[in-house]
Design a protein around this ligand. Sequence first.
Ligand SMILES: Cc1cc2nc3c(=O)[nH]c(=O)nc-3n(C[C@H](O)[C@H](O)[C@H](O)COP(=O)(O)O)c2cc1C
Length: 219
Amino acid sequence: MTTKNYVPRMLILALILLLAAPAWAQESKDIVLPERPALANFDLYTALERRQTTRKYKTTELSATDLAAILWASNGVNRADGKRTAPSAHGKQYMDVYLLGPTGNYLYDPLNRKLKFLSASDLKHKVAVQEYVALASHILVLVVDLDKVSEKAGSNERKLNFGNSTAGAIAQNVYLMSAAKKVGTCLVANIKEDEIRKGLGLTKSQIPVYIMPLGYLEK
Ligand SMILES: Cc1cc2nc3c(=O)[nH]c(=O)nc-3n(C[C@H](O)[C@H](O)[C@H](O)COP(=O)(O)O)c2cc1C
């Protein structure tokens, strides 16, 4: 090989490595979650008494322990067969929970107890119509994948209904664990769907249905 050929080849190799970098860099930024979140030490009756919507939060970031507990409550695995804290039609797993935070955006992977790193871009300011949402420490995005709903549902409209129902159950789980952790939240339908799709790289069959801001209660 002449020096003349060698230099362009080195440049091409450097370019390939540069383009491939995000793929392996992402893996190292995944966050491992605990097998079972720390006990909230809060009885269900009190959690139900304190379940409420709040739209004003402290600026303090949520702790890793509280986030892990809220994520697990949302749609975590609660049985040996992989089934979840929220019910789903025909037992199919068609819901995904994404987490938008101050340091990046992640996909919650309940089976592997991981937050899969997606990007470091600031999505918190782009996903909601109401301004208070962006001021939260973190935001959950509830997404239904119509292609993962059982064909027994029939139409896409019915599949979306199933997604909305499971999203409602997920939301109540989040409200209750948030109450136990003194975290404020809100089920928000008023979302910027296109921004969410673009920001999270959703497929055509994935529909973002609700988001839930999370932040410590002011009192
Ligand atoms: C389907 C649904 C959609 C909602 N969408 C929004 C919303 O876009 N923005 C918002 O600030 N609150 C939203 N909320 C929260 C309600 O306004 C709130 O639950 C209601 O005022 C009752 O208050 P509570 O949750 O404290 O009982 C929504 C609630 C539900 C159930």
